[in-house]
Write a protein that binds this ligand. Sequence first.
Ligand SMILES: Cc1cc2nc3c(=O)[nH]c(=O)nc-3n(C[C@H](O)[C@H](O)[C@H](O)COP(=O)(O)O)c2cc1C
Length: 122
Amino acid sequence: MLIVYDSLTGQTKRFASNLGFPSVHIKLYEYTHDKPILLVTRSINFGDIPQTTKTFLDQYHNLVVGVAVSGNKNWGENFGKAGEKIEALYQIPLILKFEGSGFISDRLLVKDWLIKKIGKEE
Ligand SMILES: Cc1cc2nc3c(=O)[nH]c(=O)nc-3n(C[C@H](O)[C@H](O)[C@H](O)COP(=O)(O)O)c2cc1C
């Protein structure tokens, strides 16, 4: 399992780096083999998916087994909306929407999901 994160100001990176799996910035991802990916991305401009994430997903969506999305609840109904859009557009399960770099409980939930996912693949 590899964590790929799309981060501009570092919040998403902080979340991704604390999940206990190798992680890489979305722009530095290099395809080597069919290693499953957890994507950690963010919402921008009224619930949009960042262009970097769209470009990545257009190429690699079939490797991505789940997505977690950072946002800010001040954006109301657009909070973490990129996650719902990714789920609908690319059929990738949305694991969690979290604020900023997430609480410990957010990280534990995603870690737990990852461990269960790996268990099923073995
Ligand atoms: C210009 C701008 C637009 C944003 N739009 C949204 C939004 O529509 N929905 C949301 O939940 N968060 C929104 N956010 C909050 C970011 O998604 C949030 O701060 C995220 O943690 C940033 O991740 P990063 O630090 O890894 O770049 C926005 C932030 C900025 C600066």
